[in-house]
Design a protein around this ligand. Structure first.
Ligand code: HPA
Length: 299
């Protein structure tokens, strides 16, 4: 069975479980950020182990289940937990769930993650929107023959495609609106300067699993990175290949190596995740209906 056929099989299984009417908005919840899944009403819950060919995460803090239902009144599919390359998954396995979301008819996806803060002025617990990324993973999930049948929209599925707006400006604007309504101002960042409720920045992805060295963080800062993490970029690339719009949201769980006073640990990442996940869930609940309304207007 080819990779493409595996994706189709997983999507057909999910269509059967969902009984038709697949949502147009997907949400991927990162390390320790699963709370939004609990806010999904009328949820159908499918552990990854039940979905054909689906990779399941081995990291603590990642539940590994798909939750479909309504968030803030809008139909969504939430992936609680993701597979990472550092667990030993291949690039195609890491991005398998995103391919399945594409096959299900998702038009927009919100990718959330835990990240280390590199830019000055960021604080632990801060929620930051991704304006762009730098791929330092050393690989690209699209290496190999192109598969145009993965296109989720006309004109997508190309061998070479544009990444100038990998993270949708329109979706970021909706997120800023939702954040303002949630009362996220001031301490989240640039409110004074730019009138934004949430700071926006550049996410740099490393393969992990070791955290970075202080020298690497200094180098990444010089390269223009605001945040550093070990996920999201492969999913963004694959989503853009399919023509799916991406909104990226990082939760700063720690200051990057060499910038804080304590050594980095996964425990800290998880603990901060637990502090932020309720606020993130509140934001996603306001945002989901806005994104759903936007994509439903499109042809
Ligand atoms: N580095 C890489 N990934 C991370 C970090 C970090 O400091 N924090 C959370 N995920």
């Amino acid at each position: 069975m080819t990779y493409y056929e595996q994706v189709q099989e997983a999507a057909e299984y999910l269509e059967w479980r969902l009984g038709g009417g697949a949502p147009r908005v997907g949400i991927v919840l990162g390390s320790g950020l699963g709370a939004a899944a609990d806010a999904v009403a009328g949820a159908a819950v499918m552990p990854y182990g039940e979905i054909p060919h689906f990779p399941h995460s081995t990291v603590e803090g990642h539940s590994g289940r798909m939750v479909a239902g309504e968030l803030g009144g809008a139909p969504v599919i939430v992936l609680q937990g993701r597979a990472h390359a550092y667990e030993g998954y291949s690039p195609r396995e890491v991005t398998f769930p995103m391919r399945v979301l594409g096959a299900l008819g998702i038009r927009a996806v919100v990718l959330t993650n835990a990240a280390g803060g590199i830019a000055q002025g960021l604080h632990v617990g801060q929620i930051v929107l991704l304006a762009d990324h730098i791929n330092m993973m050393g690989w690209n999930p699209l290496t190999g023959p192109n598969e145009p049948r993965f296109a989720a929209r006309p004109g997508a599925g190309l061998r070479f495609f544009d990444m100038t707006e990998a993270y949708s400006k329109a979706l970021r604007e909706l997120a800023q609106e939702a954040a303002r309504e949630e009362g996220f101002t001031g301490d989240e960042g640039q409110a004074g300067e730019l009138g934004l409720a949430l700071k926006e920045g550049v996410y740099l992805a490393t393969p992990g699993p070791s955290f970075e060295t202080p020298a690497e963080i200094r180098a990444f800062r010089a390269l223009g990175a605001t945040l550093v993490g070990m996920s999201t970029v492969p999913e963004t690339i694959v989503a853009r290949h399919m023509g799916i719009e991406v909104l990226g949201i990082s939760c700063v769980t720690n200051l990057a190596a060499g910038l804080g006073s304590t050594p980095l640990s996964h425990v800290e990442v998880e603990e901060t995740g637990r502090m932020v996940e309720a606020r993130l869930a509140g934001l996603l609940k306001r945002l989901a209906p806005r994104i759903a309304a936007k994509v439903e207007q499109e042809p």
